[in-house]
Design a protein around this ligand. Sequence first.
Ligand code: HEM
Length: 397
Amino acid sequence: MTDIVKRYNIPEQLFWLHGPRSGPPVEYDAATGMWNVYGYPELHEVLSDPATFSSDTMRVVPEALKPKDFSLKGFITQIDPPEHGKLRKLVSSAFTRKVVADLEPRIAALTHELLDAAQDRGRLELVTDLAYPLPVIVIAELLGVPSSDRALFKQWADGLFQRDTKVSLAEPAEDQRVNVETSLKPWREMSDYLAGHAAERRKQPRADLLTKLVEAEVDGERLPDDQVVNFAIILLLAGHITTTMLLGNTVLCLDAYPEQQDKVRADRSSIPDVIEESLRLFTPFAALGRSTTREVELGGVTIPADQMVMTWVGVANRDPRQFPDPDVFNPDRDPNPHLAFGRGIHFCLGAPLARLEGRVALNILLDRLNPLRTDPDDPVEFMPTPTMTGVRRLPLI
Ligand code: HEM
């Protein structure tokens, strides 16, 4: 890992990528007021027990740090059973495997279009030219919002995620205090934008996911407006930033391991294994939050009730107790039970779409670019957010 860290100049705030971890699997961090879970079995336990480890993290955030007039109500990733099951069933009925599988030809056509445009410009920077626009166009078309508005989506996503602030429950020092209103501006704008589109669909239904969401029913009940909007926000955000990271990280792995690139070039049936191994080694969502509902023993320590727990999926995915030679990119791992899409009731709803986009785009990249290499004279840049792993600039030769 140290080779990759040095070679691509991975920023220090992605501390968990810097070499193997030898510390305890669970530890309290007095500086942030949170419990960090690093071990694979421990993390598996947390994600599998929503009754003890609630997804509602706002309940343990001190009032002083909570933004005013802002609620995560209806945000599926923050909801516990039994409400979670109902909402999940409802949105799953709109976001089915068939809806995703039918997108394959469109994803392939878009990939070619985007690469043609970059070729005409004579230069390929993977993130700007393909890894960002491809998933955002796909999810915008699926939802039914104009993909031509993607500069707006990018502005909102950057406002939310391109920050290097450490996640903490401690009062920030005066000079590090982020203005809460400024940081929430993107949410509010995105909400208003999607509320407008959802209202239009109620009046005039179309063949899109937003219409399916406003019309979906479970036990005769429809989703209230604010929940439709919050779910659309999750799809719009989760639907593209993560897949952007997946595509960039996978190309980076194949650049770092040219012998693996040769292998997959020769046998395209191993593309899914390459994607899974990239998700393990460079886990896009490196950390997920939970809060304890009771005192619990985990990894040899006792965590009291009502504590914030950060599960470091990126670290657990490199736990040597689960993955031999964890710092090596080895697509032949079988099985490869990484936790990059989470686990249990909140398992990523978009995993089939992310995997499909990854598979189709990588196959086309391998067809069109031989070799697929980063430009040694133009440095790779990583996103600065400590809990996310993804390149934000990847110039190719
Ligand atoms: C949930 C990762 C792509 C939609 C999750 C979770 C993870 C994750 C770790 C679990 C969160 C938790 O337990 O707190 C990823 C990664 C992706 C990806 C690594 C790409 C490489 C997508 C896409 C979509 C999507 C493309 C939609 C278009 C969702 C939704 C949930 C979710 C709706 C919430 C599920 C629930 O709470 O029941 N994702 N995701 N994700 N993801 Fe993804």
